[in-house]
Design a binder for this molecule. Structure first.
Ligand code: ZN
Length: 982
């Protein structure tokens, strides 16, 4: 096992950085004309995400170093940025014209700059999720007339103090007796709730724009910006939980920060000392989605990238310009010279203000790297597909989907004229395919000696895609018919196939894509079936850890050769995801999981897999990637989470990087930050694009420093906290055991609520008080404790549990939260919710002049609780991989006719999509669904189900606030917390 991550202090950190420059790729011994593998520390040098030094605020502290899992599944874009904060991603156009009044501040504040650099990669798109300022017909807003004397619902932030009468039922009604909580109450008698809900919705959405800043400020000032969770039933903001805004005194600094879609910290104000962090009892860490698809990205080509000579930080919007020729690093405070080029404006051909440069105008930027960022010529795009053709695999029919998707996208695989491709199939033997361009059809070569696998011919197993395209097409067309289950072999030699794949790619690097449907049973890497060994929750620790180090060792060899291994599991039986997934965890790969996949018998899974495949073969890819994350002096970064390998203290090796992968890191405060107003984190991702360009994407996040415990707690980002805690809980489950991890999770919540309590005076004794920014923390925690990954019984299958944990380690935050707590929307309130404009990025067509802008209804998000379900309702449950529409039996006739295309509930059939109707409601709901889909990496299946069908459990099981089998209700959980909070 790896030696621990040293908890390096600032001094070591700076030194390390200096030694490591130019950062990024450790130079291999390069020979002319030959690719040489880079050097990797041997023996104890192996580390992977998750190992690390103890964190003072780490409830999962005891953890020892162990393998830990991670894995990205399919993913999608993160949550929309808050409407008021236009995110950090800007084009190099003059989006944020400078305010001359701020000039003397000397922050890198740019005047408008003409387009002297490469244009943004794609057409600029507007900010997402702009809450429309369109006037909404008042009759739409308040369809229900509030009872006389009820306060007008104009201020949501105020509602807990003075709820309108009708809303009150929903918000503050006495909770049902806990023994009723678990049952799914058929919503017949809840007619009234609809009206109340309606008012609530309108109140909220109507109040969005008019929310009083003064009132908020007042609440904060007097510490009343909190609620008693035991009394307040509605803590989920109807517009959904958003990342907290990061505010600086200087307006300019607010505009140029990195988008929360890309970079989040668990606290939006950093405590000035370790002691203060301990007082707040909150975990400190950052979450990064570094290679997310962006619609706007300034790209810069220059001969010299300006970086700090001491700590190698890239120049960014938060540096300080001492004068026109010098800048002070915002991470280590060294004063650096500015190269002349940086002051030169190629458009006006004059020397001028350095702050006009795009580098200091955007929190996210990409550089085309000059030659000194390369240790070898940038590699070509190389794809090797390794396909399971054992009986179990062939029976699922997946081969046809894979081959069809590849055939269709062969011309659009990311790459250039140098792109190479190869195929291996395996059962108990390994089958290779010679695809020399001179052949009319591929030549199959079978190696049965799997214990000592060798490559049957030196060339043509990996071929130039352009030259051999016809042979490749021939193979893909005929492969599915070649393997028929009746003739096939049940045993799997996955390990041997992987060894062979590594031998083929070793000299170049690239991507290995593995499809796996059965437990490897012969040759190297074969695995025992461990399912029967798990007789109690205690046995899980062993079963969740790999049973062999074969896959990890191979992954590390791959990592040094710039090879990443991506996995697609298509198993219906146990196939030891825990062991096999190490091949991806340590090589920067991705892991996607389609349990019970069958092309015909499981149409939803089949559709999902097909969409995932299309996304997979068309999404961006970065080869030969490494990432380094730096932070301001006085802090340090440790314990990395994600599919990566920690090559040196802070250099993360990612042989491939994909746009759907997220990462997390824990952060310590080592020295007092009280002299600083702000601190910064900077992530730099160096990669080779599929076109063979070396590029560096740099994200800079700046946060204010706080000296007061209440400020720190009020700055908490509850979603980011859950994102970090869930990663730590996975490590804890593997290194210690599941029960410890669960306990640590609860303790983390109890800790912060206790810390908050001590900052407040004279609170009623029986209250469980949480500040506004943390009110969903207990609900998320409750949900995660009963999730497939962390529930304390043996109901989840072992592989399901492992994959859930893999996802917690690697999903970008938006999807991670949606996995834990899906979004529930009441579609039947369509007549009463406001409309907002569909963001351009999710629009199918650009509106012509005069054409009406597409709009979608802004449905409020509901708590996942059966008492929010009404007999007349229709609900949409948005999960990362499935959109469910649940129709209750008293649904209105109008909704049935206008949206579902039937006369009434009786006539409704379960469907895989809404019918294409040209009614206003149908159009609006279609727009809404397109909007939800646009937040995902690819379109997911839709399923419409009736309240009385068998499939209703897919919906009901997601009402996680109810009591479930073997788990307490949310309300009972709150009562438990109450008893623990001191
Ligand atoms: Zn520096």
């Amino acid at each position: 096992m790896p030696a621990g991550n040293p908890l390096f202090n600032h001094h070591q950190f700076a030194e390390q950085n200096t030694m490591m420059q130019p950062p990024i790729v450790p130079p291999p011994q390069q020979q002319p004309g030959m690719y040489a593998p880079p050097q990797v520390p041997q023996g104890g040098g192996y580390q992977q995400g998750g190992g690390g030094a103890p964190n003072t605020n780490n409830p999962f502290q005891n953890h020892q170093q162990h393998h830990q899992p991670h894995i990205p599944l399919v993913q999608q874009p993160p949550p929309p940025p808050p409407a008021a904060a236009p995110g950090g991603i800007t084009s190099s156009s003059n989006r944020y014209p400078p305010n001359p009044a701020l000039q003397p501040q000397n922050y890198a504040q740019p005047p408008p700059v003409p387009g002297s650099y490469l244009p943004p990669q794609q057409a600029p798109a507007p900010q997402r999720y702009v809450i429309s300022g369109q006037p909404v017909n008042p009759s739409n807003i308040y369809p229900t007339i509030p009872s006389p004397g009820a306060p007008l619902p104009n201020n949501y932030s105020n509602q807990q103090q003075q709820p309108p009468q009708q809303y009150q039922n929903l918000n503050q009604a006495p909770l049902p007796n806990s023994h009723n909580q678990n049952q799914y109450v058929p919503p017949q008698n809840q007619q009234h709730a609809y009206n109340n809900g309606g008012v609530g919705v309108n109140q909220v959405t109507g109040g969005l724009n008019s929310m009083s800043i003064t009132q908020q400020g007042f609440n904060k000032l007097w510490g009343t910006d909190h609620a008693d969770l035991l009394k307040t039933r509605q803590v989920l903001p109807p517009e959904g939980v958003k990342s907290p805004e990061i505010r600086f005194q200087h307006e300019y600094m607010n505009h140029v920060n990195c988008s929360p879609d890309l970079f989040r910290c668990t606290l939006t104000k950093i405590p000035e000392t370790k002691t203060l962090l301990q007082k707040a009892r909150l975990p400190l860490g950052i979450l990064i989605h570094p290679f997310k698809d962006l619609t706007q990205l300034p790209v810069i080509q220059c001969s010299q990238i300006v970086r700090c000579r001491s700590c190698r930080t890239y120049i960014n919007p938060y540096v300080y310009f001492v004068d026109q020729r010098r800048w002070k690093c915002n991470l280590c405070f060294r004063v650096n010279d500015l190269p002349e080029e940086f002051q030169y404006d190629p458009v006006t051909k004059t020397y001028g203000d350095p702050s006009r440069r795009p580098e200091v105008r955007s929190g996210t930027i990409e550089f085309l790297a000059p030659a000194d960022y390369m240790v070898r010529p940038p590699q070509a795009a190389v794809y090797l597909f390794v396909l399971d053709v054992t009986t179990l695999a062939v029976d699922t029919g997946y081969l046809k989907t894979v081959c069809d998707v590849l055939l269709e996208h062969l011309d659009t695989l990311p790459g250039d004229a140098r792109s190479q491709i190869g195929f291996i199939t395996f059962d108990s033997a390994v089958h290779f395919y010679n695809m020399n361009s001179s052949l009319s059809q591929p030549q199959e070569l079978v190696v049965c000696d799997i214990d000592d696998i060798f490559i049957p011919c030196p060339d043509n197993l990996l071929v130039n895609l352009e030259e051999s395209k016809e042979v490749v097409r021939h193979l893909l067309t005929n492969l599915p018919g070649k393997y028929l289950s009746s003739q096939n072999e049940p045993r799997s030699a996955l390990g041997a196939a992987l060894l062979a794949a590594q031998k083929i790619l070793g000299p170049i690097g690239g991507r290995i894509t593995v499809f796996c449907a059965s437990l490897p049973s012969v040759g190297p890497g074969s695995l025992p079936n461990r399912q029967a060994d798990v007789k109690s929750v205690k046995d899980l620790t062993t079963a969740l850890n790999p049973s062999t180090d074969f896959y990890k060792k191979l992954a590390l060899d791959c990592s040094t050769q710039y090879i990443a291994v991506d996995l697609f599991f298509l198993n219906s039986q146990y196939c030891d995801v825990a062991s096999i997934s190490c091949i991806s965890k340590f090589s920067g790969g991705s892991i996607q999981y389609f349990p019970n996949y069958h092309m015909v018998e499981n149409p939803i899974q089949a559709k999902l897999f097909e969409q995932a495949m299309v996304r997979y073969v068309t999404r961006k890819i970065g080869f030969e990637a490494v990432m380094r994350v730096r932070c301001s002096r006085g802090m340090s970064i440790h314990t990395f989470h994600g599919n990566l390998f920690v090559r040196s203290t802070d250099l993360l090796s990612l042989p491939n990087v994909n746009p759907d992968a997220g990462f997390g890191m824990q952060v310590s405060i080592d020295e007092s930050l009280s002299d600083f107003q702000t601190v910064c984190f900077q992530a730099a991702l160096l990669y080779t694009s599929s076109k063979g360009e070396r590029r560096i994407r740099v994200h800079t996040l700046c946060l204010p420093v706080a000296g007061n415990v209440n400020d720190v707690i009020q700055s908490a980002d509850q979603q980011a906290i859950i994102g970090l805690l869930s990663k730590m809980a996975v490590d804890r489950s593997l290194s210690s055991n599941l029960m410890d991890a669960r306990e640590a999770f609860v303790n983390a919540v109890v800790d912060v609520l206790s810390a908050y309590l001590t900052t407040q005076n004279s609170l009623p004794n029986l209250a469980l008080v949480a500040p506004k920014c943390l009110q969903m923390l207990p609900a998320y925690t409750h949900s995660i404790l009963r999730s497939m990954g962390f529930r304390a019984d043996l109901r989840p299958r072992l592989d399901d549990r492992t994959q859930f944990m893999n996802q917690m380690k690697t999903l970008p935050l938006f999807q991670l939260i949606q996995t834990i707590y899906p979004d529930l929307y009441p579609l039947h309130t369509i007549a009463s919710v406001p409309l907002v404009q569909v963001p351009q990025s999710s629009r199918s067509t650009t509106p012509e002049n005069g054409e009406e802008e597409e709009k979608y209804p802004q449905f409020p998000v509901l708590h996942l609780c059966s008492d929010r379900i009404e007999a007349t309702g229709v609900y949409l449950l948005d999960q990362p991989d499935l959109i469910l529409i649940y129709v209750c039996r008293n649904v209105s006739t109008q909704f049935c006719e206008d949206v579902l295309g039937v006369q009434g509930f009786v006539a409704l059939h379960e469907m895989d999509d809404l019918p294409e109707l040209e009614t206003e409601w149908a159009n609006l709901i279609r727009n809404f669904i397109s909007y939800l889909q646009s937040n995902k990496p690819y379109q997911v299946p839709i399923r419409i189900i009736r309240e009385d069908s068998r499939e209703r459990m897919w919906f009901v099981n997601n009402l996680v606030e109810d009591r479930g089998e073997g788990s307490v209700s949310y309300y009972e959980f709150l009562q438990q917390l109450k008893n623990m909070v001191k």
